[in-house]
Design a binder for this molecule. Sequence first.
Ligand SMILES: [Zn+2]
Length: 259
Amino acid sequence: MSTVQLSVLVDSHIHLDDQRFDFDRQELIKMAQLSGVGRFIVPAVSVNRFPAVLKVAEDHPTVSYTLGLHPYYIDEHTATGLEFLAKSLQGSGAVGVGECGLDYYLKNLDRDKQQKVFEAQVILAKHFDLPLVLHVRGAVDDVFKTLKKHDYFKAVMHSFNGSVEQAQQITEKGIYLGFGPAVCNPKANKLQQLIKSVPVELMMLETDAPDQPFYDRAGKRNLPIDLLRVNLEIAAIKGVEPDFLAAQTTANANHLFKL
Ligand SMILES: [Zn+2]
């Protein structure tokens, strides 16, 4: 019989503060922990979510958090909000800045404002020497350009779905790439090919729970324990042992977020 496995996996991107977890958060975290998912990075998406995120971290010692302004909520963000973010990062327990970035998928999101709000957060991350948790949809080149402009590459691009060439340029700068449930879709050939090209030393695992449901569970919440499935799938794609991938991606998260 093998020895009991200590909690090894880190979910590098999970919205445990989400209201859809309000009725069973505690149980889900416990269940995940017993199965080997031992640490969670919870990114805040707007100033009004900061209290909920802080509360989850306070209640659960295995939860670390980052603070940021997500491009999806660009209409809500204000100069005062950015000031509040800066103030909140000062002397806080935040392990990163984000979720922030650029989203070009939704056409109604003001791109100029997105760029300004994103760039302000890159400057803050650099100032506080904290890693960026990046949300990037259809905007890999512009996000990368902004990071180059500020010569700051301490970051993870979550749920990455750019090209092999983009992944190569980005990882050459030491930026981590996060992968989640989308890789489990048998139709996701392009993403699976991309993952083959990414060095495990620069990969992180995530569920993005409760969002990004698995292809075979449409409409259902994605859960913390689902990180195990992501780990197994990516290990199979990479042709490595799941234990090895778990240990390596945990080391990566520990390194970037100084856990
Ligand atoms: Zn997210």
